[in-house]
Design a binder for this molecule. Structure first.
Ligand code: ZN
Length: 235
């Protein structure tokens, strides 16, 4: 689940915020006032000075009506009867100190505190890295995932294996701007429930909508993540 999907999920379940809840999971049983905090690809459940970090992976979700078979990864039961069921998630409990170190909203591409100048500074500190790896670096673009990476490189016409030192300064700015533009399109598609296929131009596409060339697919970069790109439009 990339940042835009996580934020859309947060808005569907945020009515639990401020309610006194029982939190139950394997090895966890807490009761207190709960607040949810969306952060990058993760959702934080805050109860007092404790923080449960929830990672949804590819198939995890949270719903208010129990509709999946099997045991939820975690449940929240509010005193007024509202329930939240988390499925297919991995969890980690953080102390207040650990949370302070972990939480940097200025790096979150969907947060109002997002700082593009800080992102630019951090990108330029990695001159020999591939742009495909940089766009997945959560310390720079918290919440960006493989869909955002592929689509932003296509939209800015940059080859995924271009090194940062070989990308003109203006192009770096364009990439940073396009990360946000595309992420909000992605978010809107999730909120509307229209699906994201209509906003994808290269990710899992056969041909490039601009030039008609066959889209290439390979595991690229140090992270060897699957990458889709147009060999004619992106150089
Ligand atoms: Zn093309």
């Amino acid at each position: 689940m990339e940042g835009p999907s996580l934020l859309a999920l947060y808005h569907r379940i945020k009515r639990i915020n401020g309610k006194t809840c029982t939190i139950e999971s394997e090895g966890i049983k807490l009761k207190g006032q709960v607040d949810l905090v969306p952060y990058g690809k993760r959702l934080i459940i805050r109860e007092g000075s404790r923080y449960i970090r929830v990672f949804f992976g590819m198939s995890g979700t949270a719903v208010t009506i129990k509709r999946r078979k099997g045991k939820p990864s975690l449940t929240l039961t509010a005193e007024d009867g509202i329930m939240l069921y988390f499925y297919g998630c991995s969890l980690r409990v953080l102390s207040a100190e650990e949370f302070q170190i972990y939480y940097k909203p200025e790096t979150d591409i969907m947060d109002i505190h997002w700082d593009p100048l800080l992102a630019r500074e951090k990108i330029l500190a990695h001159p020999s890295e591939y742009i495909a790896d940089i766009l997945l670096n959560q310390d720079i673009f918290c919440g960006s995932g493989n869909i955002i990476k592929n689509e932003v490189l296509w939209r800015t016409m940059v080859h995924p294996l271009k090194k940062i030192e070989d990308i003109p300064s203006e192009k770096i700015n364009e990439i940073i701007g396009e990360i946000i533009t595309f992420s909000y399109l992605f978010y809107k598609a999730r909120v509307n429930g229209s699906g994201i296929r209509s906003i994808l131009n290269v990710y899992r596409r056969r041909t490039c909508p601009t030039c008609g060339s066959y889209v290439k697919k390979e595991n690229l970069g140090l992270g060897t993540r699957v990458t889709f790109w147009c060999p004619d439009c992106q150089d």
